[in-house]
Design a protein around this ligand. Structure first.
Ligand code: HEC
Ligand code: HEC
Ligand code: HEC
Ligand code: HEC
Ligand code: HEC
Length: 217
């Protein structure tokens, strides 16, 4: 009787051990999923703004180009936000003097800029440049999503280091020709053939894009 009992105890111990291991693995997978979830990476973050500005209305509806308001995107590291005067080229007209635009009129009268709340914000120890991407075939949509469908601006991508590196490792499938940089709903060719041609055209060197000093300097 005794040996049989012992064998059973052994298999019971194995079952318990395997159970504990599986539980530990489940916990770490769960922790990783939470760590990488939109909650943790700020995907979907849409802070309240002083004026309920809608990209859906101004880009999707009126068809304004991004650079009309974010004029730094091609020439500097920051894309920048538009001065109140840019809004007033259209909103100085009487028929648009809605109550929700009163902060815009006040800003103009007092010569104080509107205080928009930042949607995207990388940590200070990372270096990012709009010019480097926008002039090398990476469209706004690749990093900001379908802005033309946003009544409220929200963060569409994780902006984690892993996310940056995923593209830097192999940028070609993401590249667009220069005239499509601000286009919304454009999909770069999946097969990467057009991408390979664009890599040459923009003279991109993916080999240095993974170096730490590219983004941490
Ligand atoms: C009529 C002016 C206007 C146009 C055109 C415009 N934007 Fe904006 N954009 C704004 C204003 C004002 C804000 C600040 C308020 C907000 O976040 O919604 C903003 C904010 C943003 C932000 C968030 C900035 C942050 O705080 O991190 C992104 C990203 C952005 N715009 C991308 C785009 C893209 C891409 C296009 C073209 C498809 C575009 N915008 C066209 C006016 C404009
Ligand atoms: C090219 C012209 C143009 C520019 C530039 C422009 N707007 Fe507008 N905006 C419009 C029009 C047209 C409407 C729709 C008005 C209506 O139907 O009553 C509108 C509507 C709005 C509304 C009402 C909410 C909505 O989206 O329907 C807000 C708020 C607004 N604009 C804010 C701004 C701000 C802030 C800026 C500057 C960053 C700006 N607009 C720049 C033309 C413009
Ligand atoms: C390669 C990814 C990428 C591309 C392409 C890109 N952006 Fe950005 N954008 C970012 C990141 C990351 C931030 C946050 C930067 C920071 O916090 O320093 C940002 C911030 C912004 C802001 C907030 C103000 C600023 O400049 O920091 C605006 C507005 C904006 N982007 C508009 C645009 C527009 C318009 C385009 C296309 C012409 C564009 N972006 C293309 C990644 C991108
Ligand atoms: C969708 C693709 C894509 C994404 C996402 C992306 N990049 Fe890039 N990045 C590029 C390409 C393409 C270049 C241009 C390379 C060249 O000039 O040879 C570039 C260039 C750069 C450069 C300039 C390198 C140099 O030596 O001039 C910096 C800095 C940079 N990226 C940082 C970032 C950071 C930080 C992020 C994430 C927040 C990011 N990038 C996300 C594609 C991307
Ligand atoms: C293409 C740009 C890019 C490159 C290349 C890059 N990083 Fe990062 N790194 C980032 C960004 C963006 C963040 C901020 C991530 C966030 O806020 O979630 C970051 C965050 C970090 C952090 C903070 C902890 C963390 O993981 O969030 C460390 C440490 C770090 N990077 C080290 C490195 C080292 C070491 C290298 C070289 C092997 C490197 N990075 C290369 C973009 C880059």
């Amino acid at each position: 009787m005794a040996p049989l009992f012992r064998r059973r105890a052994n298999s019971l111990a194995v079952v318990i051990l395997v159970g504990i291991l599986a539980l530990l693995m489940a916990i770490s997978v769960f922790a990783y999923v939470v760590y990488r979830s939109p909650y943790q990476t700020d995907v979907g973050y849409a802070p309240a703004q002083p004026v309920p500005f809608s990209h859906q209305h101004h880009v999707g509806g009126l068809g304004l180009d991004c650079r009309y308001c974010h004029s730094g995107a091609e020439t500097s590291d920051v894309a920048g936000l538009p001065p109140t005067l840019t809004c007033m080229t259209c909103h100085s007209q009487e028929w648009l003097n809605a109550e929700m635009l009163s902060p815009v009129r006040q800003s103009l009268a007092n010569r104080t800029p509107l205080r928009w709340t930042r949607v995207h914000d990388l940590p200070d120890y990372t270096y990012f440049s709009h010019r480097a991407h926008v002039n090398n075939g990476v469209g706004c949509e690749s990093c900001h999503g379908r802005v033309d469908r946003m009544p409220m601006t929200f963060q569409a991508k994780p902006l984690t280091m892993q996310w940056c590196l995923d593209c830097h490792r192999n940028p070609s499938p993401h590249l667009r020709p220069p005239e499509k940089i601000t286009a919304m709903g454009y999909s770069p060719r999946r097969d990467g053939i057009a991408g390979e041609r664009l890599i040459k055209r923009y003279r991109i060197h993916p080999d240095t894009l993974l170096e730490c000093a590219t983004c941490h300097r």
